[in-house]
Every structure is written in C-alpha cells, then in structure tokens.
Design a protein around this ligand. Structure first.
Ligand code: PBG
Length: 309
C-alpha cells in the first residue's frame, strides 16, 4: 500500500560559522558543518536523490540577544549558507527554519518578557521579527521557509511580508502541530539553544491534544500555508493520519532528534538492527499519511533504498 521513496525525504543539517566540521555529542552521527562541509554533505545527499534540506544554524553566544536581531542579518550564517547551497546545487530545494531560539539569549522561540507573574512570550512582537527573518532567508534564495515557532498568526503575516518583498514564489511549510516534547532534548544540545528559564508549553502543543491539531490546521490553511507539518512523528502517528485526512495540502512529519537517538543508541548497544528499524520507523510515518519526512537518517535511508532497488 505504501512504499518509502528517496523523494519523500528531507535532510535536516546543522551549520556553524567555523572552519571545522564538529561531531555533536548529543546526536552521534550528526555534525555541525562548516559552510564548506554543509555544501559537500548536501551535495552528497542530493546525489542520492534527496530533494531537500532544512537548515539549522548554531549561533555563538556573542551574537545572541534578547531581541534576536541576528536572525535577520543579511550576511548572517543562514543567508550565507542558503546562497552557497543554491550556487553549488541549484536543483536542491533549500528550506530554512523560522524561529528565534538559535538567536535568542533566552533560548525561547519568541521574544521574552519577565514580569512578576514569571516569563511571558510576546506573540505579536515575535511575529514582526519572524517576518523579517523569513524575508531575509527568501532574499538569500531559500525556496521554502518553515516557521517552527508556533506563534499565533505568523503564517499569514509571513505570507504578506514575503509578497510585499517580491518573494511571492517562496513557499511556507508551517509547523502546524508542534508538540511540547521531551524528544527535542538532543537537538537543543546540538544548537546549545535550550531555554534558559521556563519551558515551551505556552506556545507548543499539549501531547494529549489531537483535535487541537485540526484547529491549528484550519488556521494555517486560512493564513496561506502551502504545506503543513506534524512534529514529532513516531509518537504522534494518529495526529499525522488525522491531519492527512483533513487537508488537501502536502503533510510533512519530523522524526526528531530524540526519535533518532533512541534508535541510534539502541543500535550502538547492539540491541536493535539499525538499518531495519530506520526503514520500519520511516515506513510507519509514511503509512500514517506523511508525504514528506524530515529525518536525520535521510542519507542513510536513501543509500539503503538505492542499494535495495
Ligand atoms: C525550535 C526547533 C526545535 C526543533 C526544531 N526547531 C526545538 C524546540 O522546539 O525546542 C527540534 C528538532 C529535533 O528535536 O530534532 N524552533
């Protein structure tokens, strides 16, 4: 009924401003790439038939601030990476992550205000910055921007900002149903972007909620999302299936860092057959209804699919 294909895969890649390619302690097998390493790795993935990559920048503490202004710097790490990737591999689809956490001194996806009642995320102020970030990425050549921040109203605002900047052809892949998940832990280690205080539960979704995903879907569709996403993937297969049934838009699912690490660490201990479990986990996500799968196993799975075909 369903067969996993290389064309379903999207490869998330970490890039940093330095000259060396660094192993990531919290995610064995993944790297923080230099610009040169990023271009090489993306080229290898593309040669295996992977159509798209999504970029995550590692930003030094010195460039982080409470207004996250580095996120729309025209010569920042992401616009430079996008330009280098598009120059080297014009046919590769380049997706950028739109959210403030890598740039925010507070580690949150939105701008933070600390009051007597504790920490508050400023929704509308954040959306203004996200629009600048999306336009910055689009001007550098990004094909798709992917807001992962979960602020309300950001898809519509980003669409308007892109159109006003003459970037009508840039698509929006919205993180529609992004759960407040402990499975993101290793990723935050990779980017050194964990929140300094508080958690993300005021903007990410409650793991007990499935109908809320459909409500988020209606909002994203009305605001002009071109593609929608469910994240994490494996523990939320029912949500992927519900979203697939409720929309005609392409549905993406993100097999996140914790899902990756569970397979990697069990395989490293000799407890699981890595290749078989990778293929089965991705096939399960596809069977649930995902048209596209973001996975750190993309290259490995593509090589496996090529060898098997
Ligand atoms: C943040 C972002 C996160 C991930 C992608 N974008 C982490 C978070 O929300 O804290 C997680 C990806 C993964 O765990 O692999 N904008």
């Amino acid at each position: 009924e369903k067969v996993l294909a290389v064309g379903d895969l999207i490869y998330p890649l970490f890039v940093h401003g330095g000259e060396d390619d660094q192993a990531i302690d919290s995610m064995p097998g993944c790297m923080r790439w230099s610009l040169e390493g990023l271009v090489r790795e993306a080229g290898e993935a593309h040669a295996l038939g992977i159509p798209a990559v999504v970029l995550f920048p590692v930003v030094p503490e010195s460039l982080k601030s409470s207004d996250a202004a580095e996120c729309f710097h025209p010569e920042g790490l992401v616009p430079r990476s996008v330009a280098a990737l598009k120059a080297a591999h014009p046919g590769l689809v380049v997706i950028t992550d739109v959210a403030l956490d890598p740039y925010n001194a507070d580690g949150h996806d939105g701008i933070v205000r600390k009051g007597d009642a504790g920490l508050e995320i400023l929704n509308d102020e954040t959306v203004e910055v996200l629009c600048k970030q999306a336009v910055c990425h689009a001007r550098a050549g990004a094909d798709i921007v992917a807001p992962s921040d979960m602020m309300d109203g950001r898809v519509g605002a980003i669409r308007e900002a892109l159109d006003a900047a003459g970037c009508e052809k840039v698509s929006i892949l919205s993180y529609t149903a992004k759960y407040a998940s402990a499975y993101y832990g290793p990723f935050r280690g990779a980017l050194e972007s964990a929140p300094k205080e508080g958690d993300k539960k005021s903007y990410q979704m409650d793991p007990g909620n499935a109908r809320e995903a459909l409500r988020e879907l209606l909002l994203d569709e009305a605001e002009g999302a071109d593609m929608v996403m469910v994240k994490p993937a494996g523990p939320y297969l029912d949500v992927i299936a519900k979203v697939r049934e409720a929309t005609v838009l392409p549905v993406a699912a993100y097999q996140v860092s914790g899902e990756y690490l569970m397979i990697k660490s069990a395989a490293a201990a000799g407890w699981l057959d890595e290749e078989a479990v990778v293929m089965e986990s991705l096939t399960g996500i596809k069977r649930a209804g995902a048209d596209m799968i973001l996975t750190y196993f993309a290259k490995q799975a593509a090589a496996g699919l090529q060898a098997g075909s």
